[in-house]
Design a protein around this ligand. Structure first.
Ligand code: DON
Length: 569
């Protein structure tokens, strides 16, 4: 299934005029660099979205204005994940060094219940949390982009949304990847919506896709502001649509939705300070745990993706995901022992059971025991603006095209984020992630996420803004990208394009991108007791990031696994 989500974008895609080759001074190995610009940059999943974000900054806007433009342009041109009907997380660093984060994650509706996905025997009803009206969480995206732009932006909303509305009206050209991908969903779109929708089929590369209804929705939002979505005509049309399909989201749910500014998770890794998203995303805590468990090992002296490197990272990933399953959930509902979870004492004790001689077994690794603890197709873009502000944003409908429900009157898909809750403790969700009490469904609660928008600094200066889609593989993809730059001195371009692997505690496999690893490395890992799956994922993550080079120019890492593209000036 995950194959369908994070798909075979692969090698068909070239590098969008963004690559140049430069000699690497230290060892004469060539370094491929991404696009380099002097002042500002947007890297996102679609060239139109990066271009519009960059244009807004050329017109005097900052990263928060560009965020609103880029996010909405992704909703137009990348409907599998770009959205009005989903949610996301923003991590930012202002040019004075201030850091923060905004949670605009979806919420469970007011009338949601803990057992809403179980039948009378207490078994999970297949697909109820992932397809159709019950899968939908209360959307947060419009509230999020308005909150960020109102707080820090410089331009008028009408100026920011103008080129996006024009794009929806005039249409965008479908890429080969996109056309082939969307055609796979014909039968499910039909089954869920009971009629053909705008995105129903037979697309080929080069087709122009206009979304007039979305243009109208964006125009109303541009004129009437955020309330248009949460209490206005759009809210009425949206709730009428959901209720007509049998769903439970009401006007009261929309009215009650508020994005939340949260303290981000901060930790050090070697000489770097890393800031990432805190709960309800597991991203920041798990990224911190993984990197801090890796830190004591001199992996820079082991070869990149060698057996030893993969062992250390895998064992750290395994241990962190065991904690994720048990401890993490919405901090407004559960108490999360984040200080302990990130403490060196706790983490080094977790790694005590690791030896290079033999793989650990996930059945013997569980969450830690902490005294006093009461149990109880996504897309990423990175922006640096001419003023020196940086943002990392990951936003999603959850699975590709979310619940597959398309609100034709409004021109957008609705999320299936409810599947990120644990429908029943111990039963894996769509991504095979196991949850517990901390992430059970409760009214008005936010479901646990893996999204990991991340900012890296050194000596109080910006170094990187980075993130990725990929469900449960998001955290491990971000961790490996940071290691690639910090420990292996890779360029941003090479760091995002290097092969990746993933371990999430359960199932107890190292998943590697098929065809990208040496057979001998995999054989050696198997001999040490690791289960290897090199068939499951063609690609893992699509990381987009920006690296600040020594001369202060900006280098793009636009993942060639997708249509991802950088623009800037
Ligand atoms: O919040 C989460 O962790 C998931 N809903 C993200 C989904 C995702 O990354 C899908 N992309 N491939």
């Amino acid at each position: 299934m995950i194959k369908n989500i994070c798909l075979t974008f692969l090698a068909l895609i070239l590098f969008f005029n963004c690559s140049e080759t430069k000699p690497q001074l230290d060892n004469n190995k060539p370094v491929n660099r991404g696009l380099i610009t002097k002042k500002a940059m947007v890297v996102s999943a679609r060239q139109e979205a990066s271009k519009i974000g960059s244009l807004i900054m050329q017109q005097g806007g900052n990263a928060f204005d560009a965020m609103m433009a880029t996010e909405m342009a992704l909703a137009v041109t990348f409907p599998s994940a770009g959205n009005l009907g989903g949610g996301g997380f923003l991590v930012f660093r202002l040019n004075d060094g201030t850091k923060g984060s905004l949670d605009y994650r979806e919420k469970a509706p007011i009338s949601a219940t803990t057992h809403m996905y179980l039948d009378t025997l207490g078994e999970v009803i297949p697909h109820k949390s992932s397809i159709g009206p019950f899968a939908v969480g209360v959307p947060g995206t419009i509230a999020g982009i308005f909150e960020a732009q109102k707080t820090y932006g410089l331009l008028e909303v009408s100026q920011i949304l103008k080129p996006v509305i024009e794009l929806a009206q005039k249409g965008y050209i479908m890429t080969k990847n996109q056309a082939e991908y969307i055609n796979n969903f014909d039968s499910i779109f039909l089954a869920v919506n009971k009629k053909p929708i705008l995105y129903t089929g037979g697309f080929i590369a080069g087709d122009t896709l206009k979304n007039i209804k979305l243009a109208e929705t964006l125009k109303r939002i541009s004129e009437n502001g955020v309330n248009e979505f949460y209490t206005g005509k759009t809210a009425e049309l949206l709730t009428a649509f959901i209720q007509d399909k049998g769903g439970i989201i009401t006007l009261e749910d929309l009215k009650a939705y508020k994005p939340i500014w949260r303290e981000p998770i901060s930790f050090s890794y070697k000489d770097y300070k890393i800031t990432s998203m805190g709960p309800p995303s597991s991203g920041g805590i798990c990224l911190g745990q993984i990197l801090k468990m890796v830190e004591p090992y001199p992996i820079e002296t082991y070869t990149h993706n060698s057996v030893k490197t993969m062992q250390v990272i895998t064992e750290a990933e395994r241990r962190s995901y065991a904690d994720r399953s048990f401890f993490l959930g919405d901090p407004d509902f559960v108490k999360i022992p984040d200080t302990t979870l990130l403490s060196e004492a706790y983490l080094s004790q977790k790694m005590n059971s690791f030896s290079f001689e033999k793989a650990s077994s996930s059945s013997e690794v569980s969450h830690g025991f902490i005294n006093g603890y009461e149990s109880p197709e996504t897309t990423h873009y990175s922006i640096v603006d001419p003023f020196g502000n940086a943002i990392a944003v990951t936003t999603t409908l959850n699975a590709s095209y979310g619940s597959k429900l398309f609100v034709d009157e409004l021109g957008f898909f609705l999320n299936n984020e409810m599947d990120d809750f644990s429908s029943k403790p111990g039963v894996p969700n769509f991504y095979g992630l196991i949850g517990a009490e901390a992430n059970k469904v409760e009214p008005q609660k936010r479901m646990l996420s893996s999204m990991t928008p991340t900012i890296v600094e050194k000596d109080n200066k910006l170094v990187m803004t980075v993130g990725t889609p990929g469900g449960s593989t998001i955290i491990t993809s971000v961790a490996q990208t940071l290691i690639n730059v910090i420990d292996y001195n890779m360029s941003m371009h090479d760091a995002v394009n290097a092969p990746r692997f993933h371990h999430q505690w359960l199932p107890d496999y190292i998943r590697v991108e098929s065809g990208k690893y040496n057979a001998s490395t995999l054989k050696e890992l198997q001999n040490l007791g690791y289960n290897i799956d090199d068939t499951y994922y063609k690609t893992i993550g699509r990381v987009d990031g920006i690296l600040v080079l020594e001369d202060s120019s900006l280098e793009a890492g636009a993942d060639s696994r997708g249509d991802d593209t950088a623009y800037g000036f």
